[in-house]
Write a protein that binds this ligand. Structure first.
Ligand code: ZN
Length: 346
């Protein structure tokens, strides 16, 4: 067992985030990675603001962060990883033993140890630290010509590629994306890269709507624009597939009327509000409502898409801060009107 003292961005509760000294240890089967940079996700912001993210409540201090890239510092001699290799870190650690894992649905593992998540107790520390210890399977090597700023989008892009997979073949389809934060915007680009002919977006923020268009949406509307939105409900619904990425109750209910008969709705916005759900139109139109949570092997696909330039996420990168300024970075990331994706450097 080897040990190292590192600085890490720790959350202890609502509005309690600080850079703390932490001792990490690893054995000869694990990989020590020097973290280069990481993106702040909505769940990091929720832990910072409320001490919880969705149904995951902080019960003890935890290192934040699950979107990060780094450089291999030390790797097992049995793995193909070498010191100096650039890697994106897959934050998923499913048990690989249970029936769900063995059926190939590792993202749904009840014993998942997801980095930087308080879903289960003890919590799993995240990657917002100078160094982290991971397994060789979590390391996805990427080419030196690729920009770490771009590869740090692998985790959110993996979420989007998994959501696309839930929808099935998008070739020739007309798509609506409700919620144009970083996830909604990446879905727009990924849907177009997967053959969708047209993507329309909605968001209440003008800034997000502009980003949606930059990322490839043919148009983006304010969901409060009733004249435009009600036109989507004509003839039983305009869209073949709707990706609901806002989690807002009004959006969750409204996409049912915008989706064509026998169309598909993929829900990935984590809504917390009660929804008055239009069950009637759902069943009369035989709409398929599908949940989408995290990702499986789409993480590696995401790294390849970013490395090859199939998707350019850089319009979503609003600013970067060094880890010492983590609180300012989290404050900035919390304000949707001024920032999309914020990255930390270590
Ligand atoms: Zn499992």
């Amino acid at each position: 067992m080897q040990q190292k003292t590192v600085q890490a961005v720790m959350v202890k509760g609502a509005r309690e985030v600080s850079v703390e000294t932490q001792i990490i240890s690893w054995d000869e089967e694990q990989v020590l990675v020097r973290v280069e940079r990481g993106g702040i996700c909505g769940s990091d912001i929720h832990y910072f603001q409320h001490g919880k993210a969705g149904m995951s409540v902080l019960k003890s201090p935890m290192v934040l962060g699950h979107e990060f890239v780094g450089v291999v510092e030390q790797a097992p001699s049995t793995s193909p990883l070498r010191t100096g290799q650039l890697v994106a870190i897959n934050p998923s650690q499913p048990c690989q033993q249970c029936n769900i894992c063995r059926s190939g649905r590792q993202n749904l593992c009840r014993s998942m140890r997801f980095m930087g998540s308080a879903q289960f107790f003890p919590h799993v520390n995240g990657g917002f630290a100078q160094y982290v210890v991971v397994s060789p399977q979590q390391c996805v090597p990427y080419a030196e010509y690729a920009d770490a700023k771009i590869i740090a989008f692998a985790e959110p892009l993996a979420v989007c590629i998994h959501a696309l997979k839930q929808a099935g073949n998008l070739a020739g389809s007309r798509v609506l994306v409700t919620g144009a934060g970083p996830i909604g915007c990446l879905i727009i680009a990924a849907a177009l890269a997967s053959g969708a002919t047209e993507v329309i977006a909605t968001d209440i923020s003008e800034r997000c709507r502009a980003l949606a268009v930059t990322m490839g949406a043919s148009a983006a509307y304010d969901p409060r624009d009733e004249i435009m939105c009600s036109s989507w409900a004509a003839d039983g619904g305009l869209f073949d597939v709707c990706f609901e990425a806002s989690g807002a109750a009004a959006a969750i209910a409204s996409v049912v009327s915008y989706t064509r008969p026998a169309g598909i709705i993929v829900q990935l916005g984590m809504g917390t509000a009660e929804v008055n759900y239009p069950v009637g139109p759902l069943l009369v139109k035989e709409i398929q409502l599908r949940g989408s949570f995290r990702f499986i092997d789409e993480f590696t696909t995401a790294v390849r898409w970013l490395e090859s330039g199939k998707i350019n996420p850089l319009p979503l990168l609003s600013a970067e801060f060094s880890m010492e300024d983590a609180v300012t970075a989290l404050e900035t990331a919390s304000d949707k009107e001024s920032a999309a994706k914020i990255q930390l450097t270590f």
